[in-house]
Design a protein around this ligand. Structure first.
Ligand SMILES: C[S@@+](CC[C@H](N)C(=O)[O-])C[C@H]1O[C@@H](n2cnc3c(N)ncnc32)[C@H](O)[C@@H]1O
Length: 255
C-alpha cells in the first residue's frame, strides 16, 4: 500500500478507536476552561485556534489553492495573517514552478476579514504586518445586508474561494452566515465552520455566552445541510485531527 493510502486507512480506523476518540474529547473539554486556544500565534499575531485546526487549514489551503479566502471573525488577526501567509507560499510555489521571479507585490490572492468590531490596536498591528498587502478588512456585522453585498462585489473578481466562519457562534447567526456566504464557496473548496464543538461541551463550561448545546454552530450546520446537498461534511478532517473545534464543520462543496 502506498503512503497516502496508509494514511487514509489510519484515519478511517481512528473513528472506530473509542479509547482515542474519548481521550481527544476529554482533552477538548479539559482544555476549554484554561483557554488553551488563546495561547498561540501566527507569524506574531495571536490566533484563537487549536494547533490541529491550523494544520488542517494549511492542508486545505494547499489542496484547494484559493485566490480568495473570506473569514468572518478577525479578533487579533492571527487567522487572517495565517491565511495570508499560506497565500504568499502558494505564490512562491507558483513562481518556482513557472520559473518566474517571485514579486510579493503582484499577488492577486487575498484574504478578506469581516468583524463587527476591529479594535484599533488590532487593525494597526495587522496593517503593519508584512502580510498586510494580502489582507483586506471590513468592519460590520457579517450578516448585515450591506456587508454581504460588499463581500459579493469583491468576490466577483476571484475564481477560487474558500470560506471560514468564526464570528458570533449562535445557531441563528451561523445559519445566516452559511446562507449568505456558503454559496461563494467554489466547487471542491471548503466552507469551514469553527466552534461547532460548542455543541459537545457541557454548558456550565461556557459561561456568559449566548450560545451553547442546542444553539451552536453545529446545529446551524445540520440545519443548513438539510437544504444544501451541494455540501457535505468532510469527516476525514475531523477523524484525522480528533482534537478539533470544528467537528462536522469542515464542509466541502461537491456540486
Ligand atoms: C473567535 S473570534 C475570531 C478569532 C479569529 N478567527 C482567530 O482565529 O484568531 C470572534 C470574533 O467575531 C467577532 N464577531 C462577533 N459578532 C460578529 C458579527 N455579528 N459579525 C462579524 N464579526 C463578529 C468578534 O468581534 C470577534 O473578534
Amino acid at each position: 500500500m502506498n503512503f497516502s493510502k496508509e494514511v487514509d486507512q489510519r484515519i478511517k480506523e481512528n473513528e472506530l478507536n473509542t479509547h482515542l476518540v474519548e481521550a481527544a474529547k476529554k482533552f477538548i473539554i479539559e482544555s476549554t476552561v484554561p483557554k488553551y486556544s488563546y495561547n498561540f500565534s501566527a507569524l506574531g499575531r495571536p490566533i484563537i485556534q487549536y494547533p490541529q485546526d491550523i494544520i488542517a487549514m494549511q492542508e486545505l489551503i494547499y489542496r484547494v489553492k484559493p485566490d480568495l479566502i473570506i473569514e468572518t471573525g478577525v479578533a487579533h488577526g492571527g487567522s487572517l495573517i495565517m491565511s495570508a501567509s499560506m497565500l504568499a507560499l502558494l505564490d512562491i510555489c507558483d513562481s518556482i514552478q513557472d520559473g518566474s521571479v517571485f514579486d510579493p507585490s503582484v499577488s492577486q490572492r487575498k484574504v478578506l476579514g469581516i468583524d463587527i468590531d476591529i479594535r484599533a490596536h488590532n487593525r494597526d498591528a495587522i496593517e503593519a504586518h508584512p502580510m498586510a498587502s494580502r489582507i483586506q478588512m471590513i468592519q460590520g456585522s457579517s450578516i448585515a445586508p450591506e456587508i454581504v453585498e460588499e463581500v459579493y462585489a469583491i468576490a466577483e473578481n476571484y475564481d477560487r474561494i474558500l470560506i471560514c466562519l468564526d464570528s458570533n457562534h449562535t445557531h441563528d447567526h451561523v445559519l445566516a452566515e452559511l446562507m449568505a456566504y456558503a454559496p461563494l464557496t467554489s466547487i471542491g473548496s471548503y466552507c469551514v465552520v469553527f466552534d461547532t464543538i460548542v455543541e459537545d461541551i457541557p454548558s456550565n463550561l461556557i459561561p456568559e455566552r449566548p450560545w451553547g448545546p442546542g444553539n451552536s454552530p453545529k446545529t446551524a450546520v445540520w440545519e443548513f445541510l438539510r437544504s444544501h446537498p451541494e455540501f457535505e461534511i468532510d469527516k476525514s478532517v475531523q477523524n484525522k485531527l480528533l482534537i478539533t473545534v470544528a467537528p462536522d464543520g469542515y464542509l466541502k462543496r461537491i456540486a
